[in-house]
Ligand binder design. Structure first.
Ligand SMILES: [Zn+2]
Length: 237
């Protein structure tokens, strides 16, 4: 049975362990939250990208239709003019211009078909992206509310555990607490068993002085590992 000081430190350590664990868990909550929020943002961005694409393509289509419309107006003007001309060369010149315009309109119409196909594709992407968000949003929101609740619970427990640590430290001597805090700032756990002459923290062999101090029944004495400075308690197991 370890002496009173060791028992006190073991209680402090047990409560500190829970405190440390809670603090770690609290740190991960915003990270988990960010992951969910990123998923929502990605899904919304996919919808927005498809919407913008549809809009852009529709604008292009309108411009092309305007171009086709004006080319056709010019075409019908040329055709009327062609019927009225008397001279052969003028007739041919207009014929060439008409031919060029007909080709141009054909080209515009081909472009329009491609754009219409692309609009259908983009609309399908938009519908799919919207469906994805709609299907996932309930899950996302549930995760966020679970995380919010989890944070509150962790923080509540942390307040309790911190108070319990304070209570556990009360009976310990300033010397014992100083040793404990110095080690705790660098490594964990602080108070470890000594088994087979080896420190339970760093697993290295300790000196006979450290070993006999760890076996001492005197509460003023602490066995300190020569290698890692952890507090040792004699363990029969
Ligand atoms: Zn050690």
């Amino acid at each position: 049975m370890p002496h009173a000081t060791l028992v006190q430190l073991l209680v402090v350590q047990e409560r500190d362990a829970r405190r440390r664990q809670l603090e770690q868990q609290i740190i991960t909550v915003p990270l988990d939250r960010a992951t969910v929020e990123k998923a929502i943002a990605t899904e919304k961005a996919a919808i927005e990208a498809a919407r913008t694409e549809v809009k852009g393509l529709e604008t292009k289509k309108k411009l092309l239709e305007t171009e086709i419309g004006s080319a056709e107006t010019v075409l019908s003007k040329y055709r009327t003019q062609q019927m009225a001309v008397k001279k052969n060369d003028e007739y041919h010149a207009l014929g060439n211009q008409i031919e060029t315009l007909v080709k141009q309109v054909g080209g515009f119409e081909e472009q329009e078909l491609v754009i219409m196909y692309n609009i259908d594709e983009a609309k399908a992407r938009f519908v799919k992206a919207e469906a994805t968000l709609k299907a996932n949003i309930t899950g996302h929101e549930k995760k966020l509310s679970v995380l919010a609740e989890r944070l509150v619970n962790l923080q509540t427990e942390l307040v309790e555990v911190k108070a319990a640590v304070v209570v556990a430290r009360e009976p310990a001597t300033p010397y014992a607490l100083k040793v404990y805090d110095r080690v705790a700032a660098r490594q964990w756990p602080v108070v470890v068993p000594l088994r087979g002459g080896k420190c339970g923290g760093c697993h290295l062999k300790v000196s006979s002085e450290a070993e006999s101090a760890s076996r001492s029944a005197d509460p003023a004495q602490l066995g300190i590992c020569d290698q890692c400075s952890r507090v040792l308690y004699w363990d029969f197991a």
